[in-house]
Design a protein around this ligand. Structure first.
Ligand code: B3K
Ligand code: ZN
Length: 854
């Protein structure tokens, strides 16, 4: 398959050239945009090495050295590069290129989103705009002159501050931007369009005024208010918690509909998927509001962790991403309930990252081998990376962590550095030896802890024996012991002792003085990204639910009871739910929790969380087991659910955060109630009465899982009301993709034939194809293999349009090892079918090779 080569961390070499300044002039045109780039370049030391500039999908118009235009025999041009020989120690190079933004469906480099022009350069998109040293350790000062038609593109934006603007011939105008901070080219951005603008101001702690601007499609200005408030909260939080201020006079965010991922932290000019900017009560859910705040914060926090201090090479991606995810998680925890936020982080990690780490693309948070960099913007680099930072925070404490961050910025501001540099700064600032801890950066796979306990009543000594083992992963067979911080509680009656122990060996014993044998709440706050095997009785788990002071452990104990039940139902055909589940639900339903936490306590582990738990599971058996358990719970507790539901359906009198909790809890109760025919009518009732999107969508989500005559008419009603709102229609497509109905495959075909469906729009494609493959487990894993076949066909088509999106869609197929043999072989045959196609992208080839390597 492979005509593509891999790159290795071990081969890193600094560039022999540095670029001091780059002056860009970009004259925008749909199909023939002209880019002139003037580079001032220095050779770092005397050598004959030629200058090799990266460039792809470019038309080269001219190259000049100083005033001298170079003839084609003075340079070498390939599909990927422009090489120039015999260069002096300092020189100016002018390169003119032409690109075709309107046909750029990969959405990398310069492209069109609707009527606007925008860019996406991370990881290696700048080379689709001009020839350049496209690597993060080459940092230059950028000046960008943008030229475009005045009427069609009244707003012309780039990084930094605007320094000049004026009128030109042919109804064109220009704006020149200057960014005083040297930066790698992946942080370059340009936007041109005709937007509505929401402006505001922020005064920094040191008293500087910063202009804040959010650009959105015409008519959407009011929907940017929440994003603006979130931005101001983020700026304040980073000053308060880390002493970090913003460093330019202007901060701009542009929302576009066509975007490969969530958002991008370009210096001073973030470009966002409109999904993470636009919201109002009628059209966005509570989760949307939460996510917008988190993504706005994430991109803002990158200004220090990513932009001021950046990555030496792309293998170090977690340096900025793990750290910035940790920062945004801490911010969300401070803005909302810390416990609920933490539980949501852990759910995502266990459901998705554990699967990635057990699958064929398993890699350490600092990968060592990469074929296509875009394939490594993963849950491992981001979410597990954030867990690794969190462990440092746990080991060093808040103050120690802050000291380490301060030293990191003192040492490395304005530089491109490595993960190792970061951990060393943490170690030096705290006088700690973190050598062993650094293994987290090079070892892949999810460690498993096996815990046993022993109590000696004569000596009143309690012993915990903890062993660690990381299973071999595709790229690594040998595993070493890791440094693992474990928070735990020893519970004896009313008394709760909190401990932090550090596991550094394969196997270790920890002793505690206790008058009686305690119940252990293990891994409080999920203090390490590990799996735990610890045989605890249901009675012990119920004690934790009752008495632990750590809400993560309270929640996790409930999850363990439910997971055990599901596992029994899967493994023992014909078995029935046990009394344990009744005891647990009794305790939880009557407990005095806040509503958001109660909703989590009442929610069963998901299909994805369970596949990480039961090896080689038959997906259909798993689905039936979850269904059986939830039906049992529904009928056993229907009266309780009904009364909770009623109590939490009236929310007007509550504070806004209480409303969020109540809506979540009412939706959770409704999901149980709808399993009973006598309560079906509640769904339409709730849908019709709802005035906010969380409630409306909650009702529809119940309806599509318990399909009846009403379901399609509710979906039609929703479509009628929202057909003009792109983001809400994405939700509608996802609802359809999740229909629990045998006709789903016909339905998918009909939906894809609609005028408002297009594979060129990533949000829309993900909302249908992605939602089907990742959420509609019953039909995606249908035993005939039809679901896999559907996905494979879409991936092949998508790959010709947008390789990055295709490569993300393939995730559920390559993780076949989680399932039983029948399903595995059906999945593998679809992967082989994809692999047999011609001209596959590097993105897909890398994953197919990993998945099919035997
Ligand atoms: N840094 C970007 C992600 C770029 C992805 C490139 N395929 C967004 C973020 O993590 O903040
Ligand atoms: Zn990021």
């Amino acid at each position: 398959m492979s005509e593509f080569t891999a790159r290795y961390l071990a081969d890193y070499q600094p560039s022999p050239y540095s670029i001091n300044t780059i002056d860009l002039t970009i004259e925008l045109d749909e199909h023939a945009t002209k880019v002139r780039s003037i580079l001032s370049i220095t050779k770092k030391e005397e050598s004959d090495e030629p200058l090799v500039l990266d460039g792809e999908h470019l038309i080269l118009v001219s190259v000049s050295l100083g005033q001298q235009s170079l003839s084609p025999d003075a340079y070498q041009l390939t599909e990927q590069s422009l090489t120039i020989f015999n260069l002096p120690s300092e020189f100016t190079l002018t390169v003119e290129t032409e690109v075709d933004p309107a046909n750029n469906t990969a959405l990398e480099g310069l492209y069109k989103s609707g009527d606007a022009f925008c860019t996406q350069c991370e990881a290696e998109g700048f080379r689709r705009i001009t020839y350049y040293l496209d690597r993060p350790d080459v940092m230059a000062i950028f000046t960008t002159k943008v030229i475009a038609d005045r009427a069609k593109f009244p707003q012309l934006l780039a990084n930094g501050n605007p320094v000049e603007r004026g009128e030109l011939n042919n109804n064109k105008h220009f704006v020149t931007w200057h960014d005083p901070h040297p930066k790698p080219c992946y942080l370059f951005a340009l936007v041109a369009g005709d937007f509505d603008l929401l402006s505001d101001q922020y005064k920094t702690a040191s008293g500087r005024e910063v202009l804040l601007e959010i650009f959105v499609d015409k008519g959407n200005k009011a929907k940017a208010e929440h994003a603006m408030a979130s931005l101001k909260h983020s700026m304040k939080w980073d000053e308060d918690v880390f002493g970090l201020e913003y460093d330019l006079d202007i901060y701009m965010i542009v929302a576009v509909d066509f975007f490969n991922m969530g958002a991008m932290e370009n210096k001073g000019l973030n470009v966002f998927n409109s999904k993470y900017v636009l919201a109002d009560r009628e059209s966005a859910t509570d989760t949307d509001f939460f996510n917008i705040e988190a993504v706005i914060a994430h991109e803002y926090f990158h200004n220090w962790t990513g932009n001021r201090v950046t990555c030496r090479d792309w293998f170090q991606l977690s340096l900025k991403e793990g750290l910035t995810v940790f920062r945004d998680q801490q911010f969300s925890a401070d803005m909302h309930s810390a416990d609920v936020t933490r539980i949501q982080n852990v759910k995502l990690l266990r459901a998705q990252q554990f699967a990635e780490d057990a699958g064929p693309m398993s890699h350490p948070i600092r990968p060592e081998k990469v074929m296509e960099m875009n394939n490594f913007y993963t849950l491992t680099v981001y979410e597990k990376g954030a867990e690794v930072i969190r462990m440092l925070h746990t080991l060093l404490g808040q103050n120690g962590f802050r000291k380490g961050m301060d030293l990191y910025f003192d040492r490395f501001d304005g530089m491109a550095v490595t993960c190792d540099d970061f951990v060393t700064a943490m170690a030096d600032a705290n006088n700690r030896d973190l050598t062993l801890f650094k293994r987290w950066y090079s070892q892949s796979g999810t460690p498993e802890l096996t815990v046993t306990q022993h109590f000696e009543s004569a000596s009143q000594q309690f012993t915990l024996n903890i062993e660690q083992m990381t299973p071999a992963t595709g790229n690594q067979l040998e595993k070493l012991a890791l440094h693992i911080p474990i928070k735990l509680e020893l519970i004896v009656g009313e008394e709760v002792q909190t401990q932090l122990v550090e596991l550094t060996n394969q196997s270790q014993q920890f002793q505690f003085a206790c008058e009686q044998e305690p119940t252990v709440a293990f891994l409080c706050d999920f203090s390490a990204p590990v799996k735990v095997n610890y045989e605890q009785s249901t009675a012990a788990l119920l004690t934790i639910i009752e008495s632990s002071q750590n809400n993560f452990c309270v929640w996790d104990a409930g999850q363990k009871i439910m997971a055990k039940e599901i596992e029994q139902l899967v493994l023992l055909a014909g078995s029935q739910p046990s009394r344990d589940i009744e005891r647990m639900f009794n305790a939880v339903i009557t407990a005095d929790y806040d509503a958001a936490f109660k909703a989590l306590m009442l929610t069963l582990p998901s299909f994805d969380e369970m596949t990480a738990h039961i090896s080689k599971v038959d997906p259909q058996k798993l689905i039936s087991a979850i269904e059986k358990l939830s039906t049992f719970i529904s009928s056993t507790f229907s009266a309780e659910f009904l009364s909770l539901y009623k109590q939490h359906s009236e929310v007007e009198h509550l504070s806004s955060s209480q409303q969020v909790g109540s809506r979540a809890l009412a939706n959770t109760c409704l999901r149980y109630l709808v399993k009973l025919t006598e309560h079906h009518s509640l769904v339409a009732q709730r849908y019709l009465q709802a005035t906010d999107m969380t409630t409306k969508l909650g009702a529809l989500q119940c309806s599509i899982k318990q399909v009846n005559d009403e379901t399609l008419s509710l979906l039609n009603d929703f479509e009628q009301q929202w057909h003009a709102d792109t983001l809400v229609m994405d939700k509608w497509f996802s609802l359809n993709a999740n229909l629990n109905d045998e006709l789903i495959f016909e339905r998918l075909e009909q939906l894809m034939a609609r005028d408002d469906f297009a594979l060129t729009n990533p949000n829309r494609a993900r909302s249908l194809i992605g939602a089907f493959a990742m959420q509609n487990n019953k039909y995606f894993h249908e035993s005939s293999g039809k679901g896999y076949q559907f996905l494979a066909q879409q991936i092949i088509e998508m790959d010709r349009i947008n390789p990055q999106v295709a490569s993300r869609l393939i995730t559920p197929l390559i993780q076949f090892e989680a399932f039983n043999e029948v399903h595995q072989s059906l999945m593998i045959s679809q992967l082989q079918f994809i692999a047999s196609q011609d001209n596959l992208s590097r993105d897909l080839v890398e994953k197919l090779e990993a998945a099919l390597k035997e």
